[in-house]
Design a binder for this molecule. Structure first.
Ligand code: CA
Length: 225
């Protein structure tokens, strides 16, 4: 899962970023309103963790921009402003949740998981797809009831496909999802092909059906049929 963390306070930003990366998220950061605007314009995220008080603008305007663009990203506001007006304004504009600073890291993670579960997996704790069963919170995958061991990238790739059934995902979109903005410095997207090949091989070895389809010249699709 790919996050954008918008927070101008450097020490807090680093703490949150380290924690979220350790928790298995691909986490990009923006330290200002301008940086955040630029990132949400260029990239797609599963969830944006959004501070409201930024030195060069108001986080609520980032939320407005996301909604105006029809973004699929969830939004979790983190703010020291506990005022009811701010909370209501954020939620009225379409934020998924609101966390008042200071908060415990475990609570941040638990609220993020709830947002992702609601938005991408219809509120379910597990994802069942044909012969697959995935428990995202434990990062466990079963094929025909047998456990499947995947690398982090293979697992992220599988989850990205499962969150987008029947939708063609371009190599660029997959690369961005797996690596965040580090992908801008990659020479090619060949590494996507390698992860995909390994994922398919592992699924096949457990007797899974072949539902990851290659759309030649376009990308990949998780086929429902
Ligand atoms: Ca701030």
């Amino acid at each position: 899962m790919k996050l954008l963390l918008v927070e101008d306070e450097p020490a807090l930003r680093t703490t949150l970023m380290d924690y979220l990366r350790q928790s298995g998220y691909v986490c990009e950061v923006a330290g200002s309103y301008e940086q955040a605007r630029e990132k949400v314009k260029l990239y797609e995220y599963d969830c944006v963790v959004l501070d409201l008080t930024l030195p060069d603008g108001n986080g609520l305007d980032i939320l407005r921009a996301l909604k105006a663009d029809g973004s699929r990203a969830g939004v979790l506001i983190i703010s020291a402003r506990a005022a009811l007006d701010d909370r209501l304004a954020g939620l009225d504009l379409g934020a998924d949740d609101y966390l008042t600073k200071p908060f415990h890291l475990a609570e941040l993670n638990s609220r993020l998981r709830a947002i992702i579960r609601r938005r991408q997996f219809q509120g379910h704790h597990h994802i069942a797809f044909r012969d697959l069963l995935v428990w995202p919170e434990q990062a466990e995958v079963f094929v025909r009831e047998q456990p499947l061991t995947l690398t982090r990238k293979e697992y992220d790739l599988l989850l990205f496909l499962l969150a987008n059934p029947n939708r063609v995902l371009t190599k660029e979109a997959i690369a961005e999802h797996l690596c965040g903005d580090a992908v801008d410095s990659a020479d090619s997207f060949d590494f996507i092909y390698t992860h995909l090949k390994n994922l398919r091989k592992k699924l096949q070895e457990k007797g899974a059906d072949n539902y990851i389809r290659t759309m030649y010249g376009v990308g990949y699709k998780l086929s429902m049929d």
